[in-house]
Design a protein around this ligand. Structure first.
Ligand code: HXC
Length: 540
């Protein structure tokens, strides 16, 4: 009350405002207000947050950003109901300065980023009208400044007491997520609850990180599900990190704890440009671009039905074996990962023969399609490693729309005008040959290992169609003949559908050279012309 009256005295009595005592009182008032912002929901709630293994909103930003670079905005912003309160005065929790979210900007690896971090200790990090305005402000500035936006979510959702004002606030955030999509990278880190429509802001962003056994994402929680459907499910089962990174494909990276998640976000950013016209940082490497790897020459087994690990191919080809995998545990039959070759960031899509023989199913198609679209939006070169026997057959796939989902991948690859480099390591059968960045859909540089089998289908399937009714011995002979004639890269090479036969050990050198050749593609006048239209209609 003393601080409050000092503040109002200064405002209403200019003659006294020059008096040093009032100035001191104002300083005290501001300091007190600042302290309230700093302590958020107070020591007890912070302790509760720590007891759950969670860091506070500010501690998280401290770990996320380069040391000493965080510049906070709107630290003293309060919800509309509290805007006339005396500074420093104790109020209900919803009147805490900062209004449950810490926002501002800083640097990651020296590059500017914008951030918000919801403070669960203040009204459960719930989103009020002003809380939303703070997020919108950093989103607007991120777009203007052409810098990535990272949002740390730890919130009970719409602030119940503010009703439709908070719903409107969410919609304002959603709108900006959409406008920023493809312009700047947007990353969401889910570090606590994220329920109701609140999940849609993260879902509109490019990548979602979750923390195991700590964060949840769902539209309706376990209680509502129990009441409405009689189903019993825990929050973790319903919308935990494992659920969303293994079953639903909603999230992209599952992390062990807050520290792990924030370090991984920093790592991911090292592969990305700050905005769509910027270049991803080229990092110096000790790994020579010409490095050959003899193991690659014998990696593909002689038996075409035997699996091998495509991840090993990736690791033997990229700089220092390092890469950052997106959705490693969902649809593992296709690998989507960021890496660097000769210091240049690339997006790698690779069939994984170790899972369902590398077939493309619905989830794999959607996973790869979204990854290709991200890479293309941000002009990252797309490297495709092909070993795919086709789309996964079966009623389950057909009835759930493999045609529609597979078309997404076809559309994404065809639409993509980023540099596209393709290596066929083994099978490239049927529609999957066309889809996986073939020359026909604007692949720039296409090569094939001697083990490549570029054909309509495998021997057994082909012979079954062409020689139905023949004896077992005859079928075997037909299969051998079919394999000899068709299961190789020869026709594709003779027609120029692949540019060259590539000795596996030379793959890294071929990619490094290709990336250098194509480095200006998509920049200024070399951009491929598109038909004038509002936008295409990707089969969603
Ligand atoms: C206001 C909220 C709040 C909310 C939590 N709190 N959620 N205040 N609005 N939505 C407050 C609590 O009152 C409490 O205040 C503090 O945050 C911590 O909450 P607890 O319940 O004690 O914590 P915990 O046990 O960890 O449970 C967390 C929780 C639970 C699972 C998030 O609070 C919860 O179920 N909240 C409601 C979730 C929800 O249904 N939200 C609306 C979703 S719909 P004190 O003062 O005690 O610290 C939605 C629509 C968005 O978001 C639409 C967009 C289009």
């Amino acid at each position: 009350q003393r601080l409050a009256s000092a503040f109002y005295y200064r405002k209403s009595s200019p003659s006294h405002s020059l008096h040093s005592t009032s100035d001191n009182d104002l300083q005290h008032a501001l300091t007190a207000e600042d302290a309230l912002a700093e302590e958020g929901g107070g020591a007890e709630r912070v302790e509760k947050q720590h007891a759950k293994g969670k860091l506070t909103a500010r501690e998280r930003l401290h770990l996320l950003l380069d040391v000493g670079t965080f510049c906070e905005w709107d630290r003293l912003v309060v919800s509309r109901d509290h805007v006339h309160d005396a500074p420093g005065a104790r109020r209900d929790i919803a009147g805490t300065p900062g209004d449950g979210v810490v926002t501002g900007h800083g640097r990651i690896h020296g590059r500017p980023v914008f951030v918000y971090s919801q403070d669960f200790t203040v009204a459960g990090g719930s989103l009020s009208e002003t809380h939303a305005e703070k997020i919108c402000k950093v989103l607007d500035r991120a777009i203007e400044s052409r810098a990535p936006l990272i949002g740390i979510n730890d919130s009970g959702g719409a602030r119940i007491q503010e009703g439709v004002l908070s719903l409107g606030g969410y919609a304002e955030v959603f709108k900006r997520n959409v406008l920023a999509s493809g312009y700047i990278p947007q990353i969401s880190v889910i570090m606590g609850p994220c329920a109701g429509g609140a999940v849609y802001s993260p879902a509109l962003t490019d990548f979602i990180f979750m923390v195991r056994r700590q964060s949840n994402m769902f539209l309706t929680g376990p209680e509502v599900i129990r009441a409405a459907l009689g189903e019993s499910v825990t929050s973790e089962q319903l919308g935990g990190a494992d659920t969303h990174t293994r079953r639903s494909g909603v999230a992209h990276v599952a992390c062990d704890d807050d520290v792990d998640a924030l370090q991984r976000v920093r790592e991911l950013l090292s592969y990305l440009p700050s905005w769509w016209m910027g270049d991803a940082p080229r990092l110096p490497t000790d790994d020579p671009p010409e490095r050959e790897d003899a193991v690659l020459d014998r990696l593909v087994p002689a038996d075409p039905n035997e699996a091998y690990d495509m991840r090993e191919v990736i690791e033997r080809v990229v700089d220092g074996e390092e890469h950052f995998e997106i959705q490693p545990d969902w649809a593992p039959n296709v690998i989507t990962t960021f890496a660097r070759i000769d210091g240049r960031a690339v997006a790698i899509v690779a069939n994984q023969p170790r899972h369902v023989a590398g077939c493309l199913d619905m989830d794999a198609s959607v996973k790869a399609a979204r990854f290709v679209r991200f890479a293309d939006a941000f002009r990252l070169p797309i490297v495709t490693l092909v070993d795919v026997p086709g789309f996964l057959p079966g009623t389950q796939q057909e009835h759930h729309g493999i045609i529609r989902h597979g078309a997404k991948l076809l559309y994404a690859y065809t639409e993509a005008s980023s540099p596209k480099l393709t290596v066929v390591t083994r099978k490239a059968y049927g529609g999957a040959y066309c889809v996986m960045s073939s020359k026909h859909i604007r692949g720039d540089l296409n090569s094939a290992w001697p083990s490549a089998e570029i054909a309509v289908m495998g021997a057994r399937g082909a012979v079954g169609v062409l020689h139905r009714g023949d004896s077992a011995d005859e079928l075997q002979a037909h299969e051998a003949e079919y394999a000899r004639r068709y299961l190789n890269p020869l026709t594709a090479l003779r027609r120029g559908f692949v540019d060259c036969l590539l000795q596996p050990r030379r793959t890294r050198a071929w990619l490094a050279q290709g990336l250098e050749l194509l480095q200006r593609k998509g920049v200024d006048s070399s951009r491929e012309p598109m038909l004038p239209k509002k936008h295409g209609n990707i089969p969603l």
